[in-house]
Design a binder for this molecule. Structure first.
Ligand SMILES: [Zn+2]
Length: 169
């Protein structure tokens, strides 16, 4: 495998601080067991994001909090138009109007959530975990974040999660 060798003298911080990080993972896992989280899904998402960061899933560790904002701003992979992907109190759609929460004539294209049985990889893992942790609202949002959106400008259908990673990665 080319390109995977670390230069001499540069140590991966996850190796250098492995025991500290495993302590943080354990503490975060304990915090995630708190029954009080049932009433505070935003705190639950913060903790889940922290867990992903400690595990090295940098993009989602940083951006999972978008679940709490009920919105991701992403670029269409085909035409680069900014799309606001909303999944919450305002509905479940993509639009190019950043003020979609106000009265707007902007086009809103319904999102295409992923069936929970069809989720794969990180999406599947987070969804299963949220269900096991009694966070059905979080699990429901994950089917949109790991589902598809249609660009409100050019109509191409794209993966929301891949667009988030492309934007932030
Ligand atoms: Zn587009």
């Amino acid at each position: 495998m080319a390109g995977t060798d670390q230069p001499y003298g540069v140590q991966d911080p996850r190796v250098a601080y492995a025991s500290e990080i495993s302590d943080l993972v354990r503490l975060t896992e304990e915090a995630l067991q708190d029954p009080g989280l049932a009433d505070t899904p935003t705190t639950y998402v913060h903790l889940l994001a922290a867990l992903l960061s400690f595990e090295g899933a940098d993009v989602w560790g940083e951006w999972l909090d978008g679940l709490n904002d009920e919105e991701y701003e992403v670029s269409c992979p085909t035409c680069s138009t900014e799309n606001f992907v909303a999944f919450g109190a305002h509905g479940f759609f993509s639009t190019t109007d950043s003020m979609y929460m106000k009265a707007t004539t902007a086009r809103k294209v319904p999102l295409q959530p992923q069936a929970s049985s069809a989720l794969a990889g990180l999406g599947r893992r987070l969804h299963n975990r949220a269900l096991a942790d009694d966070q059905s609202g979080v699990a429901h949002k994950l089917t949109y974040v790991f589902g598809n959106a249609q660009c409100a400008e050019c109509d191409v259908v794209f993966s929301v999660a891949e667009a988030v990673v492309a934007r932030r990665g």
